[in-house]
Design a protein around this ligand. Sequence first.
Ligand code: HC1
Ligand code: SF4
Length: 575
Amino acid sequence: MKTCKVTIDGLVIEVDEGTTIVEAAKKVGINIPTLCYLNQKEKGILCQSASCRICVVEIAGRKNLFTSCNNVVTDNMIITTHSLRIVESRKKIIELLLSNHPKDCLICDKNQNCELQSLAAEYQIDRYRYEGKKSNYAKDNSNTSVVREPNKCILCRRCETVCNNVQTVGIYSAINRGFKSTVATAFNQPLADTVCTFCGQCVSVCPTGALTLANHTNEVLKLLNDNKKFVVVQTAPAVRVALGELFGLESGSLVTGKMVSALKLLGFDKIFDSNFAADLTIVEEATELITRVKENKNLPILTSCCPAWVKFIEHQYPDQLNLVSTCKSPQEMLGSLSKSYLAMKLGVNPADLVVVSIMPCLSKKYEVSREELKTNNFPSVDYVLSTNELAAMIKRAGILFNDLQEGQFDDFMGESTGAATIFGVTGGVMEAAVRTAYFYLTGQRPATPEFVDLRGFDGIKEASYDVAGIKINVAVAHGLKNARKLLEEIKTGKSKYHAIEIMACPSGCIGGAGQPKTTDDIALKKRATSLYQDDVNNPIRYSDENPAIEKLYKEFLQKPGSHLSHELLHTSYVK
Ligand code: HC1
Ligand code: SF4
């Protein structure tokens, strides 16, 4: 490829032709501020709307300032990124953005986590220079996952880009002109009335408080202080490799033990692991896969643990709902067992037993409200807190997280295998399922538990395994745009797969919208590596070998796919 020699703030560098100025600057160690531009390769996000104009630079020989996010370098270009003129221009843009901003920063959910606020501090904005007319849009808290506050929108278009280009759901677009411009849903409907999947990816890219998560920390705190309630908590696989980032630890630090200790200090009565239920899901799902392959019916089986993905197929491809696995997600399985078996074992009235989940995901907050996932008329899970909300609760309780001892999950639903922990990264569910399906079909363990073809961040991954004379073709997709490609193949009769794993969030749950914000791809890779290491470090690597699961079947469920298993652990979806 042809290269260009450019000088940036006196530093000379050679970059590929077509490189944008902002990316070239990064290569010499200069970060040009942006509010709309976003480039996260592993997630497939590229927002280049050039609407905020914060990223302006000077180019020698040109009179005007240029936006650096959408202009590419040319040979011998000389660029200045922070002259007095540039700084003053950026300051003015920030001041203009603030002129139409509610400025309720101290009580905003994004306080101290807002890109506009950080830039205002960085550029020493010390007064509100312009008092402009204010927008007056209604707040949308029509659902339990995503809160929209259009008055805080700065028209960066990141949400629109991610929802259109990464998820292909297309909820938002810019409407109106001039001062009335805003980003809205079709007909300005509340999100609850749209085909939004509640994946929350728009929340994770929003630079301000215009899109935030629905916060449930106060509700959980009240329950923890209610003596009549027995409150159990479960933690998802991906949380343990991201929570530490909110306490200053390196990305991907595995903090399972400290997390358990923190939950004990917060007052939860039992601390369980969603990983236990992930093992249970594999046992049930591998059984379902084998049955369907043998009967050559309802293939390919589509995984069902990601609620955003399930909502997507319900809206977009209802004719394929018969392919979705009937297994409830691990969070729902654990909730269901808590409200039935655990309540019975402990002699607690299910009405007084509360299940809280700590999840990396915002759609899990919606999943718990689904009627078809209830257990004996009770919601199987009562509240979902994201990784970010848990960290906030830990900080509010004054817990010095990094000084905590390594705690242990409680018995019964606390034991898990390496196969379960990799659920948190794209490809992990399918890899875990193949490990167990291989054993169920051959009665033997493979030479290595690692089916590595399903690893990595390619949008669609595939593999083919010859198991006991049966050829099993599997695929994995993350991000709904990739899921759509596989569903289109099924629709046109071109799919060659027997089983497909789909996760709505790019990179899987480690990249969920309830996780600490990632500004680069390195953090995601570190989280993935850490989960794979957690798998290797576990002496048990096959879900079907989890002793607690074996005991559960013996004492209660009888066998995978039993009548009781179906009653508590499976569901069905209607068009
Ligand atoms: Fe996930 Fe799952 S892996 S969906 O990504 O199947 O949220 O971490 O908890 O339920 O176990 C999320 C993660 C999570 C479920 C499991
Ligand atoms: Fe689109 Fe997901 Fe945001 Fe809904 S939550 S608007 S589907 S990005």
